[in-house]
Unconditional design. Structure first.
Length: 353
């Protein structure tokens, strides 16, 4: 494999105290009207009290997204609680190591990375942490920033129901519902500073189906890999963009089953060759190779956005006057590698050489 220069290098890990400046910049940008960032004292206390619950995604060493949480005893708070009752003074003094639920108190993503689905990746990491700690589930107090447009027309309960029915899309609640969280109730004055939500919070819960009454840690290391193999139907495409749209359909579908890797077949981009000179197959294949780099870049973006590793299936690459058959591995962290086909068939050499 050759050494590559990558646009992104994503890594999921626990937050560290020296990440504060990155976190502060993101929070000040995301919450300018809601108090901005946690103080350094609060941030350090969170990490000191419950380091496993403070997660982040870094890109080349810089934090670009984070999720904060603590453990609570659900019998103490019930469903009618406020954000301030959970977070207290912001130092996680209410964290209860012997509690039964993980409570998500914040998730934020740098605006430049919002198209990469990092929020979903952090939610999945929280679920894995919940399973590892053998907690009953995750509770969050969801915002409903879209409610401001409807506040004069309906009560928040009706708004939530319409979002559940997909009659309305809310930028926060729709995302949380799509991550298997279940609606419990609407709480008034949950977060008074959240004017877009009119102060309301939506209590949501995700249930850990692996929870056992007897406390037992479940290993976080995966013992299996879930692989999705695409059965690709050859069809004509009007443009390269249409082709990429079809590729993304399969990536989205397979990622929806929490697969670790999706495999496309060899020369799955060959329908694009139809626009080139069919009387000269060798030249047509070289023209097809012009799409290889844009295809690779699109697959890298999809791998990060859908949190799945992608194997491209071999495609033509024309370099230094020679035609190669190359396969790309596009990792979900934004890095990639390639492997050239070792044994070219006689027919490939004769037809395209």
């Amino acid at each position: 494999m050759e050494n590559q220069q990558f646009d992104h290098k994503l890594h999921l890990r626990q937050l560290r105290i020296d990440d504060y400046d990155d976190v502060r910049r993101i929070m000040d940008h995301v919450y300018p009207s809601m108090g901005g960032a946690w103080t350094r004292e609060q941030f350090e206390a969170m990490i000191s009290r419950f380091p496993e619950g403070q997660l982040c995604i870094e890109d080349k060493g810089r934090v670009v997204a984070a999720a904060l949480s603590l453990i609570i005893d659900s019998s103490v708070y019930g469903e009618r609680h406020t954000y301030n009752q959970i977070v207290g003074d912001g130092t996680l003094k209410n964290h209860d190591p012997d509690g039964d639920y993980l409570y998500g108190i914040d998730v934020f993503v740098h605006p430049d990375y919002r198209e990469m689905r990092l929020g979903r990746r952090l939610y999945d990491a929280r679920k894995e942490l919940c399973e590892t700690l053998n907690l009953k589930g995750i509770i969050i107090g969801g915002r409903i920033p879209g409610y401001a447009k409807y506040a004069d027309k309906m009560r928040p309960g009706r708004y939530v129901q319409m979002v559940k029915n997909r009659e309305i899309t809310d930028p926060v609640l729709s995302f949380q519902l799509s991550n298997d969280f279940h609606y419990k109730r609407v709480v008034p004055d949950y977060w008074p500073a959240d004017h877009k939500s009119r102060g309301y919070g939506v209590i949501l819960e995700w249930n850990n189906i692996y929870y056992e009454e007897k406390r037992r840690l479940i290993p976080r290391v995966k013992t299996y890999v879930r692989l999705g193999v695409v059965q690709w139907q050859m069809r004509l495409f009007d443009s390269f963009e249409d082709f990429i749209q079809q590729v993304e359909f399969f990536v989205d579908a397979v990622a929806g089953y929490n697969a670790d890797l999706i495999l496309f077949p060899e020369l799955f981009n060959v329908p694009l060759i139809a626009r080139y000179d069919q009387e000269d197959p060798a030249e047509a294949m070289r023209s097809l190779a012009e799409h290889t780099e844009p295809l690779r870049d699109a697959l890298i973006d999809m791998a990060m956005s859908y949190n799945i590793n992608i194997v491209s299936g071999s495609v033509p690459e024309y370099r230094d006057g020679r035609l190669y058959n190359v396969c790309f591995l596009c990792r979900r962290d934004g890095t990639w590698d390639k492997q050239y086909k070792l044994h070219i068939t006689p027919d490939e050499s004769k037809t395209w050489g």
